[in-house]
Design a binder for this molecule. Structure first.
Ligand code: GAR
Length: 202
C-alpha cells in the first residue's frame, strides 16, 4: 500500500477531490494517511477531520532557520512512512532536503498550462488574473513532479480549459478546478501509486 501525504494551505477542494476519488476506488493501491497544512486556519484541515485522516500543521513561520523547517517536514513525513507527497494548493516552497528525501515522489497541481503563468509568485487567483491580463483564450491545469525549480519538474498531465468572455479570476478559477484540477490530480495520483507499487514489487 502506497502511503500518501497531501500538503495544503487553503480551502482544500483538491484534497476533497482526492478524498472522494479514494472513496470511489480511483487509486486502490494508495491511501491518504496524512494531511499536512502550512497554516492552522486552512479549511482543508476540517476536510481531513471529516474524512478521519490524521492532520498536522507545520508552519514555516515557526522556524527561524529554513533548514529547520525542511527538517521538520521530512521528519513529519518519514515518521508516518509516507511514500508519495501530493501538493494540493500548498503555498510554501519546499527546500532541497525535502525534494532529496522524495525524488520523483512529490506531485504538484498548478492552475495553468505550464510553462505559461507559473514559477515564483504565481499561485491561486494570481495565476488566473495573469491569464486574463494576457488575454489568452485557453488556459488549464498541470500536474507535474516537483524539483528545485518552482513549477519546473517533469509534466505528468495537462488539461486545457476555455477562457470565456466576461471571466473574472474567480470564475476562471472555478472552471479550471471543475473541468481540470479535480480530475487530473486523482488521475496523477493513481498513475504514481501504480508505478510505485510496481517498483516495490521488483
Ligand atoms: C488550486 O487552484 C491550485 O491549483 C492552486 O491553488 C488552488 C488551491 O485550491 N495552486 C497553486 O497556485 C500552486 N502554485 P484548493 O485549496 O481549493 O485545492
Amino acid at each position: 500500500m502506497i502511503k500518501i501525504a497531501v500538503l495544503v494551505s487553503g480551502g482544500g477542494t483538491n484534497l476533497q477531490a482526492l478524498i472522494d476519488a479514494q472513496k470511489a476506488g480511483a487509486f486502490p493501491n494508495g491511501k491518504i494517511v496524512l494531511v499536512m497544512a502550512s497554516n492552522p486556519k486552512a479549511y482543508a484541515l476540517e476536510r481531513a477531520k471529516n474524512a478521519g485522516i490524521e492532520s498536522v500543521v507545520v508552519s514555516r513561520k515557526s522556524f527561524d532557520d529554513p533548514a529547520d523547517y525542511d527538517r521538520a517536514v521530512v521528519e513529519t513525513l518519514q515518521s508516518r512512512g509516507i511514500d508519495l507527497v501530493v501538493l494540493a494548493g500548498f503555498l510554501s516552497i519546499l527546500g532541497k532536503p525535502v525534494i532529496d528525501a522524495y525524488p520523483e515522489r512529490i506531485l504538484n497541481i498548478h492552475p495553468s498550462l505550464i510553462p505559461s503563468f507559473c514559477g515564483a509568485g504565481f499561485y491561486g487567483l494570481r495565476v488566473h488574473q495573469a491569464a486574463l491580463d494576457y488575454g489568452v483564450k485557453i488556459t488549464g491545469a498541470t500536474v507535474h513532479l516537483v524539483n528545485e525549480i518552482p513549477d519546473g519538474g517533469r509534466i505528468l498531465l495537462q488539461k486545457a480549459v476555455e477562457v470565456l468572455p466576461g471571466d473574472t479570476p474567480e470564475l476562471l478559477q472555478k472552471r479550471v478546478m471543475e473541468q481540470a484540477e479535480w480530475k487530473l490530480l486523482p488521475q496523477a495520483v493513481a498513475m504514481l501509486c501504480e508505478q510505485l507499487e510496481q517498483e516495490k514489487g521488483n
